[in-house]
Design a protein around this ligand. Structure first.
Ligand code: NAG
Ligand code: NAG
Ligand code: NAG
Ligand code: NAG
Ligand code: NAG
Length: 537
């Protein structure tokens, strides 16, 4: 129903829960923004932002609003912005100033560094006018301080000492300690809010409900979610009435996925898969493709719904992909996994420009020096969004159909999601005498090229004699109206994602699911790097 979204919004004042559900979010793709670093007002000096300085560079909610074409032209259907609450405003700390927005003072007030309430509403309105969703980052686990005593709480939303846990450093591995002791260190303390206190629960619930309603927020990204008692989340997210995706910074799928489900959150950011993708694809790296196939199996077994998880290759806390891997082809392969496997693809601003900052603060570069260019990575991402958006719009079941691995070698993996076959490799750009083979269960036929060979009985062999490009292969008949692989674009909605493509196309897609097809490849090569191949019936 997302094409009715604008209509829906016009009734929003009549409803307390107009914002978007998990089911609506799974069909989206998200562009993550650090508000301070995305864009400057016109006429600003573009040379003055050095991430090492850890201070404000000047981005605001208004400058995001004025630069949404860049995000929408890349096919994204949602943005995630930095926390909007008021931050610490005191003297510079050993870790600089709170340009990132995570150093909460009074959560119930807006951060005037990023604009006014009217500015945030204008951003929300503009995002919705474009048919996109707005996700806001929220921090409830802690506030920010400079000491370990709680003698002056006058600057915070919670002003009573009983509403905080008293200071203790975290003992990692001890769940109680991870949830009740304080994150941060003695330079910058992060006093831990007592989220077990009924008064705190009720005040936070009222606050988030009002925030979501006032600014028509469609979803929440929850900071430090595993540092809060799990039973806090159903009440909080219930009050918000929107999809909640939590930061659960844990590579172990068994541990991390406990935080997904009705007992906790709709979804989590998929750190276990992130780690597996780094293991499988980066050069140099362990290049451990088994880590990826193993993780796919574990996530299927342990996630209450893999199609709701957040897929990412970068964020504000991990090194940029290009600082981990020398070969851009590895990023395009891993990126194709984020979009073509189960889950919601999330791209951290700047990845589309090949930024290569390492850890915090160097991975928080200003975007403007890139000139917002249509770079190679930008084009790859745009192509992936275009194709994924089209598949979602033309079939109601494709997005909830789970991926299945067809075959894997030490250097490559082939998997399906419904009738879409994705073939990825970690060999990198240079030619490699490496092949991957699988029986697709579909009757494919001709032509055979030096990279792709079709055998009788549905076998597909891919060779990397021309380098390790990702490939996405889809029946040609499903692309009618898509604007992809030589097909004309028939209908484009305001999201630019052809959401109203013909329903007969959708019906065909439903039928095709697992049906064996007699097929021939056509319309080979659509993008410079990513190739979406097709076959016809
Ligand atoms: C775990 O942390 C809590 C809170 O700091 C503490 O009271 C408890 O003794 C710790 N448990 C162990 C086994 O160390
Ligand atoms: C405080 O910050 C300084 C400068 O970054 C660092 O050297 C020191 O280790 C920090 N102290 C603590 C207690 O973390
Ligand atoms: C590769 O990943 C698998 C599965 O996670 C693991 O068992 C194995 O030890 C890893 N191999 C290397 C060389 O890291
Ligand atoms: C990128 O391409 C779009 C669409 O063709 C165009 O409008 C935009 O100006 C280009 N951006 C740059 C920085 O060249
Ligand atoms: C490619 O690999 C195959 C199988 O390992 C081998 O038989 C063939 O000689 C190799 N070709 C080249 C050009 O190295």
């Amino acid at each position: 129903m997302k094409h009715l979204f604008n209509l829906f919004l016009s009734f929003s004042l009549l409803s307390s829960t107009y914002a978007a559900s998990a089911d609506e979010w799974r069909k989206r793709s998200i562009y993550q923004i650090i508000t301070d670093r995305y864009a400057l007002p016109k006429g600003s000096d573009l040379t003055k932002c050095n991430p090492a300085d850890q201070t404000f560079c000047g981005g605001t909610w208004s400058t995001i609003k004025d630069n949404l074409d860049y995000i929408q032209n890349a096919g994204f259907t949602a943005i995630w912005i930095s926390p909007v609450s008021q931050n610490y405003e005191g003297a510079r700390t050993p870790y600089g100033d709170p340009y990132h927005g995570y150093w909460i003072a009074d959560a119930s007030k807006l951060n005037s560094r990023f604009g006014t309430a009217a500015d945030l509403k204008a951003l929300s309105d503009e995002v919705h006018r474009r048919g996109m969703f707005l996700m806001v980052d929220v921090v409830v686990n802690n506030v920010m301080g400079l000491k370990t005593d709680l003698s002056d709480l006058s600057t915070y939303m919670f002003t009573d000492q009983s509403q905080y846990h008293s200071y203790c450093p975290i003992q990692w591995g001890n769940t109680t300690s991870e949830q009740n002791c304080w994150l941060g260190d003695l330079n910058v303390t992060l006093p831990d809010v007592k989220t077990q206190d009924p008064g705190v629960v009720s005040a936070y619930s009222s606050w988030i409900k009002a925030l979501v309603q006032e600014f028509q927020i469609d979803g929440l990204r929850i900071d430090a979610a595993k540092h809060v008692n799990m039973d806090f989340w159903p009440q909080f997210c219930g009050a918000a009435g929107v999809y909640c995706i939590g930061e659960v910074f844990d590579a172990d799928p068994g541990q991390a996925l406990q935080w997904q489900g009705s007992q906790a959150l709709d979804a989590i950011l998929n750190y276990p898969m992130y780690n597996a993708l780094v293991s499988a694809f980066t050069i140099p790296g362990p290049q451990n493709m088994s880590a990826l196939t193993d993780m796919i199996t574990q996530i299927k077994a342990k996630s209450s719904d893999p199609t709701l998880l957040g897929n990412f290759l970068e964020d504000q806390d991990v090194p940029r992909w290009a600082s981990l891997s020398v070969d851009p082809q590895t990023m395009w392969n891993a990126m194709t996994f984020s979009f073509m496997s189960d889950g919601i693809p999330i791209v951290y601003y700047g990845q589309e420009q090949g930024f290569n900052g390492n850890a915090d603060p160097f991975n928080r570069e200003p975007l403007w020096p890139s000139g917002y260019a249509n770079s190679s990575s930008y084009e790859v991402i745009a192509k992936l969004n275009q194709f994924r958006n089209f598949m979602i719009s033309s079939s109601t079941s494709w997005i909830t159909t789970q991926m299945e691995v067809l075959s894997a070698t030490t250097q490559s993996i082939m998997f399906t999601k419904g009738p879409v076959i994705t073939v990825l490799t970690n060999v990198g750009s240079p030619p490699a005498n490496v092949t991957i083979w699988a029986n697709t269960g579909m009757k494919l036929s001709t032509p055979t090229t030096d990279q792709f060979a079709i055998g009788s009985g549905g076998t597909l062999e891919v060779s990397y004699v021309k380098g390790g490009k990702p490939a996405v292969i889809v029946p040609d008949v499903l692309l009618a109206g898509s604007g992809i692989c030589g097909h004309t674009l028939t209908t484009t909605s305001s999201t630019g994602s052809a959401q109203e493509a013909s329903s007969s196309n959708g019906a065909q897609l439903q039928k095709l699911g697992s049906v064996a097809m007699s097929a021939a490849y056509s319309a080979i090569m659509s993008a410079i790097l990513l190739r979406i191949w097709t076959w016809v019936l």
